[in-house]
Design a protein around this ligand. Structure first.
Ligand code: AMP
Ligand code: TRP
Length: 344
């Protein structure tokens, strides 16, 4: 296998409000990776329309994700921040990948099963083909590393399968077009950390999610200090004090979740958090968590509101980011067309 220069790609869908799971599972990693890697951070609006969206709200939501990236500390000058629909090559490569990926692969995707629910016949074809578009997002830039939350692991594995199958199916043409070894890298997910899967504040066995009907299940990046305090105080817990070490969190999903959130927000580990709070009652721990969350998230929410008040500025950043993304995407797409056998 050829070695590829390291490049990071990730994306977030402009649907609903961004929550603590998105922040800790994804955006915090983006902020760290920009120091060491060339990075592209996408607002995946083509993915958003796999389920119905109101056009006005979609536009707002696209700007809100861009604002969240920037407010969290992703530098738009150093990194490429853009929205997917402005780079036509995403849809073009996705079509080719629709012809590489197999029905059987997509049939196994748990996110499709969850999102389609019982009425599968009525799900859009886009929702089913969603992972092939995600593979195109990543491979269009030959990205090697993909920071995401745990729920996306299966989709990244599918992107690896697509890359591998393309490399195999077109091996002769890839060589005839002068490329050594495989054409696409096999991208790696970056998932580790204490908050790879942030759980609902109402039920420690369910993922924190944009689609949960209860607002008390999640902390939004746009929540003010009062909302954060209320949600943490109301968070479900058990009657025992906190354990002295991580092992003691087994079978206590709510405690494990809150300790994981505390660890992630303080750039620490669950064991270190329990060294400080082991033996404490939840009331004490929750107050410390409120203070920490407000200190960490408050300025981000305020900066998001400031940026969102100037949509023209965000739109111009997205246009510039898209222009820079196209500079990488266009030549790669031309090579793919040559490999597949199209005339251009
Ligand atoms: P989405 O909102 O589905 O576009 O997700 C955007 C990013 O946030 C992806 O990398 C997800 O894996 C991540 N993410 C979403 N929910 C959670 C969660 N509850 N815990 C950790 N990461 C999450
Ligand atoms: N499917 C991802 C999610 O729901 C979003 C996404 C789309 C993505 N394309 C991507 C993430 C490419 C990483 C890389 O969270």
């Amino acid at each position: 296998m050829t070695s590829f220069p390291e490049r990071v790609f990730s994306g977030i869908q402009p649907t609903g409000n961004l929550h603590l799971g998105n922040y800790l599972g994804a955006i915090v990693k983006f902020v760290a990776l920009q120091k060491t890697h060339e990075c592209l951070f996408c607002v995946v609006d083509l993915h958003a329309i796999t389920v119905p969206q109101d056009p006005k709200e979609l536009r707002q939501a696209i700007r809100r994700i861009a604002a969240a990236y920037i407010a969290s500390g992703v530098d738009p000058a150093k990194n490429i921040i853009f929205n997917q629909s402005q780079v036509a090559e995403h849809a073009e490569l996705a079509w080719i990948f629709n012809c590489v990926a197999r029905m059987g692969w997509l049939n196994r995707m748990t996110q499709f099963k969850e999102k389609a629910g019982k009425d599968r016949e009525n799900a859009s074809i886009g929702l089913f083909a969603y992972p092939a578009l995600m593979a195109a997002d990543i491979l269009l830039y030959k990205a090697t590393h993909v920071p995401v939350g745990e729920d996306q692991k299966q989709h990244i594995e599918l992107a690896r399968d697509v890359a591998q199958k393309f490399n195999n199916d077109f091996a002769d043409s890839i060589a005839a077009n002068g490329h050594q070894g495989g054409f696409f890298p096999l991208p790696e997910p970056l998932i580790q950390g204490p908050a790879a899967r942030v759980m609902s504040l109402r039920d420690g066995t369910k993922k924190m999610s944009k689609s949960d009907p209860s607002e008390f299940s999640r902390i939004n990046l746009s929540d003010d200090a009062d909302a954060i305090a209320q949600k943490v105080r109301k968070a479900k817990t058990d009657p025992e004090p906190l354990p002295l070490a991580k092992d003691g969190l087994g079978g206590r999903p709510e405690a494990e979740n809150l300790v994981g959130i505390f660890a992630a927000l303080s750039d620490s580990t669950p064991d270190a958090v329990l060294q400080q709070f082991g033996g404490s009652q939840f009331s004490t721990f929750k107050q410390a968590l409120v203070d920490l969350a407000v200190e960490r998230l408050g300025p981000i929410g305020a900066e998001m509101r400031r940026l969102e008040a100037d949509p023209a500025y965000i739109d111009s950043l997205l246009r510039e980011g898209s222009r820079r993304a196209r500079e990488i995407a266009e030549p790669n797409m031309c090579q793919v067309k040559d490999i597949v056998g199209f005339i251009r």
